[in-house]
Design a protein. Structure first.
Length: 257
């Protein structure tokens, strides 16, 4: 098994995309309050991800990896089409649920949401390039499974209770994810992570740093979902890695509850 295959397998088994909240959400088993909470909390990711990705890009030495990150960032910003900017598409989702954009921007984040966003930025902007790449790899390779939980649940809710719900953000993202996964595969090729674990050009230390970043971002994401769960699982919060948070995140909306 190649190092790439090994770490991708780890991603697909992680609790970030295998948990009680996503299982329940996929079945449409959420109350109106839970749906609105999800919509507002997930907006933090839609808003701040381009900035987080840009922080990784400006700290990336390998030009081939930087090329792939640029493609993902350009996609997030709409591939040159303003109307396809992902955060703008998410605003349409919020408005379709009668959620005011100003309210969504200024509602204090849940502690688990803030931990996810701050942790992700710390990982992506790490000067340890293997750690940053691992975090990016983890997020991009879990995404298809995540959308395949969220979209069926939202579709059921739209059919049953919210006929006006705009799902463009979610379906548009889902259609693009194979391209983002491919970008990460190319980035892995550039740093020599496609060979078998023993023969990969990444050193053992680089492989460990890569896995640390990958697992850390997935732990933060699992914590985000458990923060939305009816009965949050304390063990997830205890497993979340301790990361030094960047000062820039003090600009985030609201204060921790």
């Amino acid at each position: 098994m190649s190092f790439y295959e090994h770490v991708r397998s780890d991603v697909l088994r992680h609790g970030a995309i295998n948990n009680s909240y996503l299982t329940r959400f996929q079945a449409g088993d959420v109350t109106e309050t839970e749906l609105r909470t999800f919509a507002v909390e997930f907006y933090s990711f839609a808003r701040f991800f381009p900035r987080i990705l840009a922080a990784q890009l400006v700290n990336t030495e390998d030009e081939t990896v930087a090329d792939e990150l640029t493609r993902v960032l350009y996609s997030e910003l709409g591939d040159g089409l303003v109307e396809h900017r992902h955060e703008l598409l998410y605003r349409k989702f919020l408005r379709s649920l009668d959620i005011d954009i100003h309210e969504a921007m200024n509602t204090p984040m849940m502690p688990s949401t803030r931990a996810y966003i701050q942790g992700m930025e710390a990982l992506y902007s790490s000067r340890n390039h293997a750690t940053a790449l691992g975090a990016s790899f983890g997020l991009e390779n879990m995404a298809i499974t995540m959308w395949d939980h969220l979209i069926p649940g939202l579709t059921l809710l739209k059919e049953a209770r919210y006929p006006q719900m705009d799902l463009t953000y979610f379906t548009f993202h889902r259609d693009l994810e194979s391209e983002h996964e491919q970008a990460m595969e190319h980035a892995m090729e550039a740093v020599g992570g496609m060979g078998c674990v023993v023969n990969a050009r990444m050193s053992a230390r680089e492989q460990n740093d890569f896995c640390r970043g990958m697992n850390a971002v997935l732990d933060y994401l699992e914590g985000f979902w458990m923060g939305l769960e009816r009965k949050p699982i304390g063990s997830v919060q205890r497993r979340m890695p301790s990361m030094q948070q960047p000062a820039s995140m003090s600009e985030l909306r609201g204060r921790p509850q």
